[in-house]
Ligand binder design. Structure first.
Ligand SMILES: Nc1nc2c(c(=O)[nH]1)N(C=O)[C@@H](CNc1ccc(C(=O)N[C@@H](CCC(=O)O)C(=O)O)cc1)CN2
Ligand SMILES: Nc1ncnc2c1ncn2[C@@H]1O[C@H](COP(=O)(O)OP(=O)(O)OP(=O)(O)O)[C@@H](O)[C@H]1O
Length: 225
């Protein structure tokens, strides 16, 4: 059954349903033709650039600090976010990527083109080498890009299953408030009808989703950046 047609109410608990949906989405993503993944990743970077507008670089904080975007480095078969990171960096943002810490917490390290990367000891992802900051130490966060396997149109997300992003958003009032847009980044087919992702009490909804077709903002979402 396609994830979009799944009936989440018919059987099992929300978390069991979510695990099944996660497995389906993983399989579907892995089955995508590499050329399609690449094309959509390129279009996604375009969508981010367009969404940010072609105008002036973002204003700096007093003292010259760059405004921050929290992003992530997509690992195949995730959308390749390298072009997004480059576009944001060129635009003048401090692009910070998550570091997996104990107890499913994350700290943040700045990314720039060519920065040294190392494999995380806790998850199959690459992390930049450099000073780590807690989220509260990031001065001026304008946008939070969130990895996902699927996002439904009510803003519910299914991720890799660690709970890293739910914990992060739950513990940081600024991140969880609608003051900062929280945008999922997925392939087109991974945007699902409202209700397709079973909601659990700890889930932190997104304010919008980015795909190769552009930004879709959810009801009540914030004006991004
Ligand atoms: N690129 C990227 N970075 C990220 C995340 C992410 O989803 N994507 N995370 C988001 O939280 C955190 C890392 N969490 C992750 C947890 C598990 C897997 C993963 O792919 N795990 C196994 C699947 C294990 C299973 O089958 O249960 C795998 O490699 O197949 C990836 C990231 C922080 N950094
Ligand atoms: N705020 C929280 N406090 C404690 N446990 C949490 C919290 N948020 C999520 N969890 C736990 O983390 C586990 C994974 O959650 P979930 O399935 O929602 O992950 P996910 O959003 O897919 O993963 P990720 O954010 O890493 O991509 C669940 O067992 C859940 O109970």
């Amino acid at each position: 059954m396609s994830p979009a047609l799944r009936d989440t109410d018919r059987h099992g608990s929300a978390s069991a349903d979510k695990a099944a949906l996660r497995a389906e989405l993983r399989a579907a993503r892995a089955a995508m033709v590499p050329g399609d993944r690449r094309k959509q990743s390129e279009a996604l970077a375009h969508a981010v650039t367009e969404h940010l507008g072609g105008g002036a670089a973002p204003g700096r904080m007093p003292g010259g600090a760059r405004p921050v975007v929290t992003a992530y480095l997509g690992i195949d078969p995730e959308p390749d976010t390298t072009l997004i990171l480059e576009a944001l960096y060129r635009r003048g943002f401090d692009v910070v990527l998550p570091i997996c810490e104990p107890a499913y917490r994350m700290s943040w390290t700045s990314w720039s083109p060519g920065v040294a990367l190392q494999r995380s000891v806790r998850a199959p992802v690459a992390e930049p080498v450099g000073p780590r900051r807690a989220f509260d130490q990031l001065a001026d966060v304008r946008l939070i890009l969130v990895p996902a396997l699927g996002v439904d149109l009510s803003g519910q997300r299914v991720g890799q299953g660690g709970g890293y992003y739910d914990r992060f958003l739950a513990h940081h009032p600024l991140a969880a408030s609608n003051a900062v847009p929280r945008l999922g980044v997925v392939y087109r087919s991974e945007v699902l009808p409202a209700g397709a992702v079973p909601a659990e009490p700890h889930d932190q909804p997104l304010t919008g989703v980015l795909t190769a077709d552009g930004l879709h903002r959810f009801e009540g979402g914030t004006e991004p950046v």
